[in-house]
Write a protein that binds this ligand. Structure first.
Ligand SMILES: Nc1ncnc2c1ncn2[C@@H]1O[C@H](COP(=O)(O)OP(=O)(O)OP(=O)(O)O)[C@@H](O)[C@H]1O
Ligand SMILES: [Mg+2]
Length: 230
């Protein structure tokens, strides 16, 4: 069986003119469909760089990246964006909601880009907001709700186009403990329903929700550990 994500001998060098930054060095890893992975490691160790490559936002300098059997590392950026829209749901530390735009519209937006009809996208946005427990906040603006609620809207938005993979880069970095727990419970539920979830975190208490912990140091993978089932 082929893996959903297959990365082999992958490197990323940022060329900033004066210096070259080796953000990822010869990384090899596979992630199967339905896995729930925490990516950990110090600041600057390459976590976001890896997420951006897995999420088809950026390309490696060298090495192989295959997603669902497609060789992403050889694709043009126009092809990358179409794969990204179909397969990837992103959640960011800073929520990235559109200001002065209702919860409902924020969640509908990716479906507008995907040319889904008005009725269907409205229904699906309501369904997703109910799923994350915000059925009562459909018409609130981002500045009228809490950080935890903003992140739940961002998760609903990430799910809009039914992505196979959810990538979350420090999704609880700006949240208090109880909101963080709510967010991780939602990811756990989505994973139980079959989604592949990858979460970057600095916190052990967040990594404990996942099934597998991958740790980076200076652009190299130094640990890949499956957590014992409790
Ligand atoms: N666009 C860029 N141009 C140049 N260097 C970059 C760029 N993005 C990241 N880097 C560098 O690449 C290295 C890895 O950065 P990355 O953002 O992947 O780290 P990280 O593990 O996500 O860190 P953090 O925990 O602080 O988010 C760092 O040295 C960083 O300064
Ligand atoms: Mg980062």
């Amino acid at each position: 069986m082929s893996s959903m994500i297959r990365i082999e001998d992958l490197s990323k060098v940022y060329d900033t003119g004066a210096v070259q930054v080796h953000a990822l060095r010869n990384v090899s890893l596979s992630i199967e469909k339905g896995d729930f992975v925490a990516i950990m490691g110090q600041s600057g160790s390459g976590k976001s760089t890896l997420m951006n490559i897995i999420g088809c936002l950026d390309r490696p300098t060298k090495g192989l990246y295959q997603l669902d059997g497609m060789t992403i590392s050889e694709m043009e950026s126009s092809e990358l964006s179409s794969i990204r829209n179909k397969k990837i749901g992103f959640v960011f530390q800073s929520f990235n909601l559109i200001p002065r735009t209702s919860s409902l519209k924020n969640v509908e937006l990716p479906m507008i880009y995907a040319k889904i009809g008005k009725k269907e996208r409205r229904e699906r946005a309501i369904e997703l907001l109910e799923k994350v427990g915000l059925g009562e906040r459909l018409h609130h603006m981002p500045n009228e709700i809490s950080g935890g609620q903003k992140q739940r809207i961002a998760i609903a938005r990430a799910l809009a186009n039914k992505p196979a993979i959810i990538l979350a880069d420090e999704p609880t970095g700006n949240l208090d403990t109880s909101s963080s727990e709510e967010i991780m419970n939602i990811f756990t539920e989505l994973n139980k329903e079959g989604a592949t979830v990858i979460v970057v975190t600095h916190e052990d208490s967040i990594a404990e929700y996942t099934k597998r912990i991958i740790r980076f140091r200076d652009g190299q993978m130094i640990e890949d550990r499956r957590r014992e089932a409790e």
